[in-house]
Design a protein around this ligand. Structure first.
Ligand code: HEM
Length: 210
């Protein structure tokens, strides 16, 4: 029981934390997107209350697109969890014997030029007015996996990230530390089951004047 709880805790916190850092990194790299998403949040919530709540988040379509775009480019579990085939099968002409260890490369799928226009570009607009989602129905976007082993914490994980990020963007304006420019930001990764940013993201938070 303790082991199961530990697994759920690690699977649930590490992945959300990694996603939050990647989202802030992309937003700092792309001031146009940062401005647009902050405007969306502040025009919905600004002046009315001191924090963004779960109901507000459902109205924040561009903000949700920012989270999707972050997970497309930087899925926190890029190779999902390895699986073993239980019987021989053929995929795309390739014969896969039984008991083969199979990895699904969600990172590469999210950047596949056959599935995505300008795949390397951080462009949340690609999700606006499109029904594509990461709930396991659209195989080009599978940061939570798909099928019977899809992440059981998907909704909690998404809510965690969307809510925390919305509040960070609502309450603060973000700047690079003195002597650093956003061009200095890198996307180097620290290998692990959940992939984190290798170099810490240092930012200055300035409280938004209300
Ligand atoms: C942004 C947040 C999260 C991401 C990106 C994420 C991603 C994933 C991925 C890719 C898998 C493997 C799916 C597969 O191999 O097909 C997985 C499995 C799992 N996740 Fe998450 N996860 C997140 C949050 C959470 C949360 C909040 C919980 C629990 C509270 C959780 C619990 C689990 C568990 C228990 C498994 C193993 C499921 C199984 O093997 O059947 N995850 N997650």
């Amino acid at each position: 029981m303790l082991f199961a709880l530990q697994n759920i805790f690690v699977a649930g916190t590490d992945t959300s934390a990694a996603t939050l850092v990647w989202a802030m990194t992309y937003l700092m790299k792309h001031p146009r997107v940062m401005k647009k998403v902050q405007e969306e949040i502040r025009s919905l919530v600004g002046g009315k209350k001191s924090f963004v709540d779960e109901d507000d988040v459902q109205e924040l379509h561009y903000h949700k697109a920012v989270v999707k775009e972050t997970m497309r480019l930087q899925p926190p579990v890029p190779l999902l969890v390895p699986k073993e085939t239980i019987e021989k099968c053929t995929i795309d002409g390739y014969e896969i014997p039984a008991k083969t260890l199979v990895y699904v490369n969600a990172w590469a799928i999210g950047r596949d030029p056959e599935a995505w226009e300008n795949p390397e570009e951080f462009n949340p607009e690609r999700f606006i007015d499109r029904s594509i989602d990461f709930k396991g129905q659209n195989f080009e976007l599978i940061p939570f996996g798909a099928g019977r082993r899809i992440c059981p914490g998907m909704h909690l994980g998404t809510a965690n990230v969307e809510l925390a990020l919305a509040n960070l963007l609502y309450k603060f304006d973000w700047e690079m530390p003195p002597g650093m420019k956003n061009q200095d930001l890198d996307f180097d990764v620290l290998a692990g089951i959940a992939v984190h940013k290798k170099n810490y993201l240092f930012l200055l938070a300035k409280a938004m004047s209300m």
